[in-house]
Design a protein around this ligand. Structure first.
Ligand SMILES: [Zn+2]
Length: 89
């Protein structure tokens, strides 16, 4: 897969966002119903189970990101306070 094909593939996936349940006569987007019809529970094959942003956000360890952001924030304030107190770091 090349870099150019990746956006095209995603565009095709987005185009197929709605599925039609013949049993209920209902259009639904399986990304927001955990991959199943909200009425009868039918699961179309190959349908995405989550939105893209949610799938990516689940792969990130947000605790580590939060700790790193806290470290940067506290370091920034430590430098400001040290500068205001005329301390050399
Ligand atoms: Zn259904």
């Amino acid at each position: 897969m090349s870099v150019i094909q990746l956006p095209l593939r995603r565009k095709k996936e987005r185009a197929r966002a709605l599925y039609y349940c013949e049993l209920d006569g209902w259009n639904f987007n399986p990304r927001y119903t955990e991959g199943a019809c909200p009425i009868c529970g039918w699961t179309p094959e190959g349908a995405p189970r989550t939105p893209i942003w949610l799938g990516l956000s689940r792969k990130v360890d947000w605790d580590v990101v939060g700790l790193f952001a806290l470290f940067v924030f506290l370091t920034f304030w430590a430098v400001i306070v040290a500068h205001a107190a005329h301390l050399r770091l």
